[in-house]
Design a binder for this molecule. Sequence first.
Ligand code: ASP
Length: 305
Amino acid sequence: MKWSMIATWKMSYDGVNKGVCLLKDKKSAKDAVLEAIHAVEENEAFHSVGYSGLPNEQGVVQCDAGFMDGKTLQAGAVGALEGVIHAVDVAYECSKGRFNNVLVGEGANEFAASLGMKKENLLTKESYERYLERKKENQPLSSYDGHDTVGMVVLDQQGHLVSATSTSGLFMKKRGRVGDSPLIGSGFYCDDEAGGAAATGVGEEIMRGCLSYETVRRMKEGMSAQEAASSVVFEWTERMIAKKGYCDAISLICMNPSGEIGVGTNIKFAYVAADSDSNTEIYVALPKGKEVVIRKYDSKIDDLD
Ligand code: ASP
């Protein structure tokens, strides 16, 4: 049976390879996505997710994460979670119950502790130094500076889809700020009968359009995965520019129930994809009118996370 995996940003490469091993072994999309996201959350080199994430205005790393199971439509999320490397695990645990599917702040921390997750200091020396430098510069919050969500959509050999996200959100955000990544339908969405999607970019721009849900809805109506993702980002970008004169960065990945993938973006965006017919590869997507142009990543010319 076909399996397939798509993930935001180049930083997902090692994680995707781990997920691929599980999928080849007929493990579930849930196992593959959690394993793959763990690899990104743990990696000290990536400053936008989990351990070594960049902090908020107070110098505290607050993470957001989401998880949705396309088979059951159970979804869970955490916002402004502190001191837990694997925020995605807490989101997954939240997805299991009938109630309490979305937890934020202290409540999310307490829930993580009740699961036996140990509290750790996520702020590394390097991230702290970047924080101090940025504080000295005394600049306003930038629309694109040191934030990139790991978002993934996975199809397993049993035909089930899962979407998940994990991020430390915007660098120098306000305490308690929640981005799109833990918002069901905005940062992620998944339905075995329609497809799955996940987003990265400026959360405020993504959440006001519920862009992951909209992408899945278009696939359900018959659009190809590529058409759904590129039309959603293109139309939303145009609409935001018409309304307020600009549109911040938005990138979307998606997959239909057959494992075909799609990418929409209004910036230069790297993603990782693998399926039962092709090896793991990093690609670069660039917006071109209503479409996106996709090519393989080239380390000599592409300076991307
Ligand atoms: N979407 C995330 C947020 O707004 C950040 C990102 O993906 O770059 O928190």
